[in-house]
Design a protein around this ligand. Sequence first.
Ligand code: RIB
Length: 324
Amino acid sequence: MNSIKDVAHHAGVSVATVSRVLNAKGYVSEETRKKVEQSIRELNYKPNEVARSLFKKQSKTIGLIVPDITNPYFPELARAVEDTASKLGYTVILCNSDGKVEKEQHYLDVLMQKYVDGIIVSSNTLSEDQVNALQIPVVSLDREISKDIPTIVVENSKGARLATQYLRNKGRSRIAHIRGPLAIVNANERCEGYKQIVSNEPWFSESYIVNGNFDMESAIEATMKLIQLHPEIDGIFAANDTMAIGAIKAVHKLGKKTPEDIAIIGFDGISLSKATTPELTTIVQPIYEMGEKAAQMLIGFVEEKPVENTFYRLDVQLVERESS
Ligand code: RIB
């Protein structure tokens, strides 16, 4: 493969001149520029992106770390980040961390070695120190790491209160909650929102809350246990749509009907929630807007543009469908 030296030799100029042409920096006469471009074409020279980013101290690349690419929420979020970054001239490197801090730290190291200009991270295991040690712009998306890190999240507690109150308004009197993982801040906020609505009810006990892992399998198992323990349940608020879909499956497996016997509401508003039977009532997060804002904010930092707001808690809305 030809190098920048081969191009310089072929064009009869110095390496520095070729570099000035490649980076459109510094003076180069029109005649010389044409000669260098001709040599680049004839030698089919491809600049080494790492070398360019070292020279320009900018790679026009950002990293995006998400915990689970098999959960439909994250591909929809990544789509918004990639659309927006691409429009602004940036490439996105997508990393799947399984929500494990050692894997997240590994990806941070790899992204730094690739000279990314900034990183968007959806994580609840990275610490503020780990993020600040990077010395490049970082935006925390969907899950808050600290108030000092630019963040975009949603009204998790409000959405949970909306969901639980909605089930009550639909006449459901024994409402359970399938909560997300204990280590995830938005799962805790949603659980608190649910408890604000039902914890003063005479029937309520913590046994109406079961642990899920934001995935379908854990929700199927949790719902089966929940209904065997509390057959009187007539409403379930699941902390995300994937678990709500699992709950619908479990109710069916137990020979009960949704919503007739048990009304179910989820949280996220993933496209799949419109494809289930019954279609899922859910609390819709502005997923695309979240990814778009995160990419715009991060690239604003990278390009040292004024960024007026570094903390967004975006609103959510209840969308009623057949499962309730
Ligand atoms: O469905 C995945 C969940 O994890 C979503 O609720 C989202 O908020 C993320 O935190």
